[in-house]
Design a protein around this ligand. Structure first.
Ligand code: PGA
Length: 256
């Protein structure tokens, strides 16, 4: 298995252009010698292009936090995958639980976005995960199955191999309550077994399944050593540059 750990910082609605450029310039210095980890930062749309410029020729890549599936048109307030690509991003987060619960996103809209992202040359980071109620009712695997099956409908096996899936149990996001490494591994192994079943063994082996939900410098190591945890989507802890750099450092294959 040769999946390089991928650590993505999801800043959500934080940081101005000024703060972003300062952060990226400092981070690229801190991580310049780190090999064997893919490092991604997702600033707000306004800072996307400045972030990509500040990260140019470094080992830091940039992601958008959302996108719309049409290329252009009368869609006030929306941003297309093509525009995101042109701004210098390589990745796009799709279907984050905050988008699902606060902005009405569904597995169907996630699917349209995933297909459009790939068509524009972006790598989607597709987010899935159960709520606390669903977990307590024993529905976790059913929920994940629906999110994977409907969200990835029509995606080719080849593209599944390039995809990043972020497993983010909703009850662990921003709550300080991380899934245990056993809970994470169990969910990730389940997701990968479904990918194997639906898209074939090669796609399942190549696809990154990363964990999100209160990831911090002091819990990343336990998570990253799990065989099916291929990295992390880090929210709150990515706003602090030292903490984020520490998470990156601790995720190196050699460190694990
Ligand atoms: P958190 O957020 O690390 O602050 O829990 C994770 C996410 O929302 O992607």
């Amino acid at each position: 298995m040769s999946r390089i750990p991928l650590i993505a910082g999801n800043w959500k609605m934080f940081k101005t252009v000024d703060e972003t450029v300062k952060y990226v310039k400092e981070l690229r210095g801190l991580v310049k010698d780190i090999q064997g980890v893919e490092i991604v930062l997702a600033p707000p749309f306004t800072a996307l292009h400045p972030a990509a410029e500040a990260a140019r020729n470094s080992n830091v890549a940039v992601a958008a936090q959302d996108m719309f599936w049409e290329r252009e048109g009368a869609f006030t307030g929306e941003i297309s995958a093509h525009m995101i690509r042109e701004a210098g991003a390589e990745f796009v987060i799709i279907g984050h639980s905050e988008r699902r619960t606060l902005f009405g996103e569904t597995n169907t809209t996630v699917n349209r976005k995933v297909l459009a992202a790939f068509a524009a040359g972006l790598v989607p980071i597709a987010c899935i995960g159960e709520t606390l109620d669903q977990r307590e009712r024993g529905e976790t695997f059913d929920v994940l199955d629906r999110q994977v099956q409907q969200g990835l409908d029509g995606v080719s096996a080849e593209r599944i191999g390039q995809l990043v899936i972020a497993y983010e149990p909703v009850w662990a996001i921003g709550t300080g309550r991380t899934a245990t490494s056993d809970q994470a591994q169990e969910a990730h192994a389940h997701i990968r077994s479904r990918l194997r079943q639906w898209f074939g063994p090669e796609a399942a082996e190549a696809c990154h399944v990363i964990y999100g939900g209160s990831v911090k410098p002091d819990n990343i190591r336990d998570l990253i050593v799990q065989p099916d945890v291929d990295g992390a989507l880090v929210g709150g802890a990515s706003l602090d540059i030292r903490g984020f750099a520490e998470i990156v450092t601790k995720s190196r294959a050699s460190a694990a």
